[in-house]
Structure formats: structure tokens, C-alpha cells
Design a protein around this ligand. Structure first.
Ligand code: HEM
Length: 488
């Protein structure tokens, strides 16, 4: 073929390809995507989206985008075309259609750290099987019988160590409580022991990697977290080998109540699956509820009326116990903590421990006139709904009374499970992936608040506030100064 023939052939081919391309495009129905912009190539708008902001707000990025485009907008985040939803109806629709129209889809970096068998990243049948295990382990029955006692024991262990007029990080103390509780419950590890302290330290490094950029180079937080992951896994494996040996020797009573024992006895999971399950439950079970407790400690001094009403509620419970000669809290006492439940809901609504979830569309979806193409990332932003002024009066105001069932905002109203509207409060997610630990988390908060209110008054000793990175953290650790008191 001569040069001129080759050029002619190439030009004709390009023209034919262009015609085919335009014909295909014309045939495709025009998508009605939500408004928004895709930002820079690859990076999109990720940096703006992830810029830290005060936890009781939705952040500048979200605010500007909602004002400009509305509650549903398109963007390019985490390297993918994305639909961001601050719309209560769409968020509910997304979570309830898990596995049908949408699927959990966390960035690969999170899977790399939590492990491919972690419940937070699994989908389909394997997720269902793991979920059943976690629900068994955190069942209502176990909560009432076994976990309740442990929650109170670990609360007192932390609170009794606080010295009169001392100042310390409330965030660290809350973490000490929730970590010790989970480590005991998962692997029968005792608080204060060297191995427990070492494991807690590893988790600090691990956590920093979960939320860092996935840059696997020497010295990066991500690389350090991967190293921590393998140290933690080796540790859990050691515990597992020890336990299997004990079981072989017929020492059945050893660690009878913990998750490790349960999993070894009642499931056919592989070693790799057990390790990822334990690692991620220990992670999910202590990072979130410790932040929630720290947030309650932060919000309450700003609302003296709530402290007063909590005092009245808990003094009444404690006096009745004293009269009947009971010492430990019971499930019936817990059920009487109605105003405390309002404080818990309000803390979770305003603080938003988990701000948004990662999903992707697995089919083409139409919602309120918009198209969400199959394969696009979808981010239901639960924090934006909780702070939406059209859904909550004065959303930035800490107001536990908004959760009272009769809405009278008077001290005698009762605070049953969840009001203003179950459909818009999604602190624990929703649908088939609703947090398996939600009841435990609320119990931990209530019991901690009970003993805190009865035994201490506290002030924030160095101004601090929670920032969303998007994980929540008090930059100074929430320093508080405590004074003991006895209200009985
Ligand atoms: C205040 C504390 C907590 C908050 C705000 C919280 C929030 C959440 C949210 C929003 C999800 C849904 C994630 C998604 O759909 O992608 C979730 C899932 C989960 N949480 Fe929690 N959580 C808390 C405490 C706990 C505790 C104490 C445990 C106990 C181990 C726990 C275990 C889990 C597990 C296993 C899942 C995965 C459920 C599944 O995929 O089926 N969480 N949590």
C-alpha cells in the first residue's frame, strides 16, 4: 500500500468511527443527571469534599453545593463519577434497596486495611452470613444477660480511676472504656494488661490508615496502618491457636462468653475470615461509640437544663436501688432512662459520628426525575439530613427535648425510642446493613452517662471542638476537668 493510500484509508476509518460514535450517542436516551460539576480530571472535587470542618456543621463544600445545586447533585469523588445525596427520601431509598439497586462500595483502600472479609466491605450472601454472626453476638438476649453487666463494670473501671480536680482527655478515656469492653467481649482480654494496652496502641496507628490517602509508600500513614493490620492479625491468630488448644484439652469454660469461642464453635469460617471479622468488629465496636460518648461530654455542659433533667432522672433510679438494697444496674433501670435516650439521640443527630456512607448503583435508577446511571458511586450523606433546617428546628442547637414523644418540650414528656421521624434519623444507617451494634452503643452511652452524672461535674478545661475529617476527632482530645460529687 502506498503512503497516499494509507493516509486515505486512515482518514476514512476515522470518519466511519466518528459516525458510528455519534449514531450510538444519538440513539442513547439523554440522561437527566442531577446538576453539579465534575471538577478536575481524576481528582474531581475529592479534596474539597474531604476538607476538615466542625462536626456540628455540614462543612463549606456541602453547604455551597446544596445552595447551588439542591439536595441531590453530581460530582466526581474518590476517583469516580458520583451522586451525592443530602435528601432524606433518596437516602432512605438507597439504604433500603441494598442488593437490589445499590450495593455497599467502600474505597479499595478501606478494604485493603479492614480486609476483604470485613463485614463493612462484604456484599451479597457472604455479608449476610457474617451479619448473622454479628447479630447473634450482639443479640438483645446477650445484651440483657451478659453485656449489660460488662458495660457497667467497664464504665466504673474508667470513672473510678478519675482523680478529684484532675484534668485529662475525655476522648482518650471514652476510648479506654469502649476498647476495653470490646477486647473483653471479643477475646476475653483483661483491661490494663500489657497485651491489651499494646493492642490498643496498634489500633491508633491502624485507625489513622483507615482514613488516610491510600499511598502505600514507606513512611505514609497508610503503609504504617497496613503494618499495624498484620501485627493485629498475628495477635488475634495467636489467641485463636491458644483457644483451639484449650478446647482440645477440654477446657470448655475458657472464654466461654466471647466472640472467638462462639465463632470457633458455631461457624465454618476459615482462619482468614475469622481474623478479618474479629479485627473489623473490634474496630467498628470501639471507634464509633467512644466518639459518641465524647460528644455527649462535650454537648452537655453547654446545656445546664439537660444536665439538671439528667440528674433528676438518674437520682430517682439510684435512690430506688438504694432503697431495695440493689447495687448493680438492671435492664429495668435502663428502661427508665427516658430522658437519657433523648440526650443520646440528640448527641448522635448533632454530632454525626458517621457522616456519610459509600454505595454504588448496580442498576440504572430513576429517582424524582433524575437518572442515577449503573456503576456510579452514590453517597447518602446522613449528616446533611440531620442538620437540615427544613426537617429539624434550629438544627445546630443541642435540644434533647425535640425527641420527646408528645413534643411538649416539658420536663414530664417521655422520650421513647425515636421521634421526630424514624425515617429521617439515620445515625446507625438503615436497611439490610443497619448497624448491628446500635443497641450496644446506646446502652454504653446510657450507663456511662448514669455514673458520670451521679458522680462528677465537669468543665471543658481547654476549648476544643470535634472536627470531621470525615471521621470525627477532637484535635486536643477534649480536655476536661472533673470534680467528684455525690448526689445521693
Ligand atoms: C454510636 C456508635 C455507632 C454508630 C454511630 C454506628 C454507625 C454505624 C453505621 C452508620 C453503619 C452502617 C454502615 C453502612 O451502611 O455502610 C454501621 C454498621 C455497623 N456497625 Fe455500627 N455504629 C456504632 C456502634 C457500633 C458498635 C458498638 C458495634 C459493635 C460491634 C458496631 C458494629 C457495626 C457493624 C458490625 C456494622 C456492619 C453492619 C452490616 O454491614 O451489616 N457499631 N454502624
Amino acid at each position: 500500500m502506498s503512503d497516499s493510500q494509507l493516509i486515505l484509508y486512515s482518514i476514512t476509518s476515522i470518519i466511519v468511527l466518528l459516525i458510528i460514535f455519534f449514531l450510538i450517542k444519538r440513539r442513547q436516551p439523554k440522561l437527566n443527571l442531577p446538576p453539579g460539576k465534575m471538577g478536575w480530571p481524576f481528582l474531581g472535587e475529592t479534596l474539597g469534599y474531604l476538607k476538615p470542618y466542625p462536626a456540628t456543621t455540614i462543612g463549606e463544600f456541602m453547604q455551597e453545593h446544596i445552595e447551588r445545586y439542591g439536595n441531590i447533585y453530581k460530582s466526581n469523588l474518590f476517583g469516580e463519577p458520583t451522586i451525592v445525596s443530602a435528601d432524606a427520601g433518596l437516602n432512605r431509598f438507597i439504604l433500603q434497596n441494598e442488593g437490589k439497586l445499590f450495593e455497599c462500595s467502600y474505597p479499595r483502600s478501606i478494604g485493603g486495611i479492614l480486609g476483604k472479609w470485613s463485614m463493612l466491605v462484604l456484599v451479597g450472601d457472604m455479608h449476610r452470613d457474617m451479619r448473622v454472626i454479628s447479630l447473634n453476638f450482639l443479640s438483645h438476649a446477650r445484651l440483657r444477660t451478659h453485656l449489660f453487666r460488662e458495660v457497667e463494670k467497664h464504665t466504673l473501671l474508667v470513672l473510678n480511676s478519675w482523680k478529684e480536680n484532675s484534668s485529662f482527655s475525655a476522648q482518650d478515656e471514652a476510648k479506654r472504656f469502649t476498647f476495653n469492653l470490646m477486647a473483653k467481649h471479643i477475646m476475653s482480654m483483661d483491661p490494663g494488661k500489657l497485651e491489651t494496652e499494646q493492642l490498643k496502641k496498634e489500633y491508633v496507628t491502624f485507625m489513622k490508615g483507615v482514613i488516610s490517602a491510600p499511598l502505600d509508600f514507606p513512611g505514609t500513614p497508610y503503609r504504617r496502618a497496613l503494618k499495624s493490620r498484620s501485627t493485629i492479625l498475628k495477635f488475634i491468630e495467636g489467641k485463636m491457636v491458644e483457644r483451639v488448644q484449650k478446647m482440645k484439652e477440654g477446657n470448655e469454660s475458657f472464654g466461654e462468653e466471647d466472640l472467638l469461642n462462639w465463632v470457633l464453635k458455631h461457624t465454618n469460617l476459615t482462619t482468614e475470615q475469622i481474623l478479618d471479622l474479629m479485627l473489623s468488629l473490634l474496630f467498628a465496636g470501639h471507634e464509633t461509640s467512644s466518639v459518641a460518648i465524647a460528644l455527649a461530654i462535650y454537648f452537655l455542659p453547654g446545656c445546664p437544663r439537660a444536665i439538671q433533667e439528667l440528674k433528676e432522672e438518674h437520682i430517682e433510679i439510684a435512690r430506688a436501688k438504694k432503697k431495695s438494697g440493689e447495687i448493680e444496674l438492671t435492664w429495668d433501670d435502663y428502661k427508665k432512662m427516658e430522658f437519657t435516650q433523648c440526650v443520646i439521640n440528640e448527641t448522635l443527630r448533632l454530632g454525626n459520628v458517621v457522616r456519610f456512607l459509600h454505595r454504588k448503583a448496580i442498576k440504572d435508577v430513576h429517582f424524582q426525575g433524575y437518572d442515577i446511571p449503573c456503576g456510579w458511586k452514590v453517597l447518602p450523606v446522613i449528616a446533611a439530613v440531620h442538620l437540615d433546617p427544613s426537617l429539624f428546628d434550629e438544627p445546630h442547637h443541642f435540644d434533647p427535648w425535640r425527641w420527646q414523644t408528645n413534643g411538649s418540650r416539658g420536663p414530664s414528656s417521655s422520650c421513647a425510642s425515636v421521634t421526630p421521624n424514624n425515617n429521617i434519623f439515620m445515625a446507625f444507617g438503615g436497611g439490610p446493613r443497619l448497624c448491628s451494634g446500635s443497641e450496644l452503643a446506646k446502652l454504653e452511652m446510657a450507663v456511662f452517662i448514669h455514673h458520670l452524672i451521679l458522680n462528677f461535674q465537669w468543665e471543658i478545661s481547654d476549648a476544643d471542638q470535634a472536627f470531621a475529617h470525615p471521621y470525627l476527632e477532637f484535635p486536643k482530645g477534649l480536655p476536661i476537668r472533673v470534680q467528684r460529687h455525690s448526689l445521693l
